[in-house]
Design a protein around this ligand. Structure first.
Ligand code: HEC
Length: 181
């Protein structure tokens, strides 16, 4: 590299430094540094909502994990313990009584709203379909979102393992438990 070229490069670096400085001064000129209110707004950095909410549970796109893959490794005993959350309103034994909610014997793969003598809400009675494994798990995640207008007053089970364990327990409450998915 010749001396002349080095000079050119140095000159252009110096020139760009001068330009940057000048722009800086110009910026300060436009934004009056004594005007504190203006300073604040000029330098305020808005952190987008999503940054605070990365691990938040109420992000818009809610992904509800399926239980099928972990069902086979679920725990019947833990499921039975979780059923305590339901037992104020439900029985699960054969020919058990209806309480606030219907008896849950032989639930898996049975048609929805199928228990005799229980007065279902119109919304559940007309919902249609069967209580397949995933449908039941989705319902238990947030009952009032899965069936809008259901009269089951239960906020839901957020933890996918809890749902799997409970469904595994309910599966056994049948003369002929449905095959695992
Ligand atoms: C506060 C009382 C209450 C609690 C707690 C509750 N349920 Fe319910 N459940 C109901 C009522 C009432 C209905 C009927 C809903 C309707 O008709 O809209 C119902 C309906 C159901 C149904 C539909 C049954 C059918 O025949 O179609 C299932 C399944 C169910 N509940 C499971 C559960 C499980 C599992 C739990 C525990 C995690 C639970 N519920 C907790 C009151 C409750």
């Amino acid at each position: 590299m010749s001396g002349l070229e080095v000079n050119k490069i140095l000159a252009s670096i110096i020139l760009s430094l001068i330009v940057v400085k000048a722009i800086g001064h110009l910026g300060n000129f436009i934004i009056d540094l004594n005007d504190t209110e203006m300073l604040q707004t000029a330098y305020k950095i808005e952190v987008p909502e999503t940054f605070n909410n990365v691990s938040g549970s109420d992000s818009e796109e809610e992904v509800i994990e399926p239980i099928s893959l972990i069902l086979a490794n679920g725990s019947f005993d833990k499921g039975q313990k979780i059923f305590k959350k339901c037992s104020a309103c439900h029985t699960y034994k054969k020919e058990g009584a209806n309480k606030v909610g219907p008896n849950l014997w032989n639930l898996i793969n049975s048609p929805k709203a199928n228990v005799e003598g229980f007065a279902y809400s119109k919304e559940l009675a007309e919902f249609g379909g069967q209580w397949g494994y995933e449908e039941l798990a989705l319902f238990l995640y947030k009952p009032k979102e899965y069936i809008k207008g259901t009269k089951m007053n239960f906020s839901g089970l957020k933890n996918v393992q809890d749902r799997a364990n409970l469904v595994l327990f309910l599966r056994e409450q049948s003369d002929k438990p449905a095959p695992l998915p």
